[in-house]
Design a binder for this molecule. Structure first.
Ligand SMILES: Nc1nc2c(ncn2[C@@H]2O[C@H](COP(=O)(O)OP(=O)(O)OP(=O)(O)O)[C@@H](O)[C@H]2O)c(=O)[nH]1
Ligand SMILES: [Mg+2]
Length: 541
């Protein structure tokens, strides 16, 4: 077996040659130990081991080995950043650089981000490139921190306008930022906004990761879409003007409401009520006055009128109130009162706080009752045209006693205290009310009670109370609407119609309902005539 022996010897020689040659020349024992300490070989890097084997097998010189290692490390460095830096600490001869491959270097490994601050390893730009994403991440986080407040302020705008445009590569790139942002926590409101956007684009969503990226892009506000912004704006509501079908207050009387045969009235009556429950105001606006009332309102120029209308109607508007003069009359003519009774001087002769103080009934009496401030005292002055005899006031509750006034020797006018709201104590007001009730229900010689109702407000519960009382005591009463000058003519007619309808069943009420204005004098003449007739047929007591 000489051939076998020779082969073995050859093999031994080869093995010795490979192992013995390079160690002393390229690497000292110290270096080896330091490498092991640094953990390059000690970590059992598989790639390193393979490389070593392969190089040894190829029988190359170790200087070449190092060079080759350097190349391979660059290729290998994609997932082994630490290893790359450790290896960077060597020079071309395989020795470690001063202060790099030592413990300082190790600390740099541990604080990965600091490496960038110290600068990349010389002569290895590829490795610097490796850390670019990390660097960007740092920059991104810093920017995020600095602009955090600003983002919060502008968040709504950014989120509303953010829309992912590009996918694939860019999406992956953006993932760095998006994940960072998500880690740092998103504001609740932004999540809600983005979820809305996500919902809207549910068809586009491919995977949860892409959704995360999209959210991140939304947050960063990198992509903008104007169309999206427009969609996010709150839509303006269209203004809807509701028309009250019953409100005809804007219509003028000469528009023919109810006057021209009342065709519209009939049509409206046929129509079934769409709204079963109407407000009181709507009900009032739905009242259709009778033609007789409307013509009376027009004839007496009742309601709020323009001065030009009064002038055209022939009234001398230069005369002081009341304007109950006849058309085209002069100042002297105004002094004439057609009714003999009201031409007499008005004289106060008695007042009573209690029924026992009432003067003995010697003349036919006409009393003026109503709520406080309704214009009772003013009407007395207007009727007699003797302003100042009866005291009036803007303050409700001026008249606190029953005041008796004589009109010559034929008639007695009685001014009653008002009821309802007044500037007086409750007990006092109650006593007035009781006195009034007693007077209207028991007074002998009382021919008529003019129950005054404010045209604007209409009848109130206490008015109904008094009416019931007069109905029971069979006292004749007549409704007089006052202050007609403060409302529209159509509303005067409506109020008159409303009250007439409500009193249809009453027996003691005297018709027609009267409408006056002590200020303008409208309707005063008609009322005066109506009251004068009472004295004409009244028997002297
Ligand atoms: N616009 C307008 N105001 C009036 C009219 N009649 C009276 N007034 C005013 O209403 C207020 C009250 O008038 P009065 O006559 O004192 O009322 P009253 O019913 O006697 O009041 P009491 O004595 O408190 O019960 C006064 O400021 C009057 O000027 C009217 O026809 N038109
Ligand atoms: Mg009064």
């Amino acid at each position: 077996m000489p051939s076998e022996d020779s082969l073995r010897q050859k093999l031994k020689k080869r093995t010795k040659h490979v192992v013995s040659i390079p160690r002393n020349s390229l690497r000292t024992k110290k270096d080896e130990i330091s490498f092991e300490r640094n953990g390059v070989f000690g970590r059992g890097n598989e790639t390193e081991g393979k490389l070593k084997k392969r190089v040894n097998f190829k029988g190359k010189h170790l200087s070449e080995e190092i060079e080759e290692r350097g190349q391979l490390r660059i290729l290998d460095s994609s997932g082994k950043k630490k290893g790359v830096y450790a290896k960077e600490g060597r020079d071309k001869n395989g020795k470690l650089e001063k202060g790099v491959a030592t413990s300082k270097k190790r600390t740099l490994f541990e604080k990965g981000e600091k490496k960038v601050k110290h600068g990349p390893v010389e002569g290895n730009t590829d490795h610097r490139t490796m850390w670019v994403p990390g660097k960007l991440r740092n920059v991104g986080s810093k920017v995020k921190r600095l602009t955090h407040t600003m983002k919060e302020r502008k968040q709504n705008v950014v989120l509303a306008t953010a829309k992912p445009k590009v996918r694939g590569k860019e999406e992956g790139k953006m993932g760095f930022f998006g994940e960072d942002d998500l880690r740092n926590g998103l504001v609740k409101r932004s999540r809600e906004k983005k979820s809305e956007l996500g919902k809207r684009k549910s068809n586009d969503v491919v995977s949860p990761s892409s959704f995360v990226h999209k959210k991140a892009r939304d947050k960063m506000g990198l992509d903008h879409d104007d169309a999206e912004t427009l969609d996010e704006r709150p839509k303006k509501k269209k203004r809807v003007i509701k028309l009250d079908p019953y409100d005809i207050s804007n219509k003028r009387l000469d528009d023919g409401i109810g006057v021209n045969g009342g065709e519209e009235e009939k049509e409206k009556e046929k129509e079934p009520e769409k709204e079963p429950k109407m407000s009181k105001n709507a009900q009032f606006r739905g009242i259709q006055p009778s033609p007789s009332i409307l013509s009376f309102v027009e004839k007496n120029l009742l309601g709020r009128r323009r001065t030009i209308d009064l002038r055209r109607a022939g009234y001398n508007i230069d005369l002081s109130a009341p304007l109950d003069n006849i058309p085209f009359s002069s100042s002297s003519e105004r002094e004439k009162i057609e009714e003999n009774v009201f031409r007499n001087k008005l004289e106060f002769f008695a007042s009573a706080k209690v029924s026992s103080s009432f003067p003995p009934p010697s003349l036919p009496e006409i009393a003026f009752a109503g709520r406080s401030n309704v214009g009772k005292s003013s009407l007395l002055n207007a009727l007699t045209r003797q302003w100042g005899v009866v005291r009036t006031s803007e303050k409700p509750g001026l008249t606190q006693t029953i005041n008796f006034f004589k009109m010559g020797t034929k008639l007695c006018l009685v001014d009653l205290p008002g009821y309802g709201f007044a500037y007086a104590k409750e007990e006092v007001k109650e006593s007035w009310e009781e006195l009034v009730k007693e007077y209207v229900s028991t007074r002998a010689g009382l021919k008529r009670v003019c129950l005054l109702i404010d045209t604007k407000w209409g009848m109130k519960p206490r008015d109904h109370e008094l009416i019931e009382l007069m109905e029971r005591s069979k006292t004749k009463y007549q409704i007089v609407l006052t202050k007609t000058d403060v409302v529209f003519p159509i509303d005067v007619a409506r109020r008159a119609m409303q009250i007439e309808d409500s009193l249809l069943q009453n027996k003691s009420v005297v018709k027609p309902l009267m409408m006056v204005s002590s200020k303008s004098g409208a309707g005063i003449r008609s009322l005066r005539t109506a009251l004068a007739n009472i004295t004409r047929f009244a028997k002297r007591l």
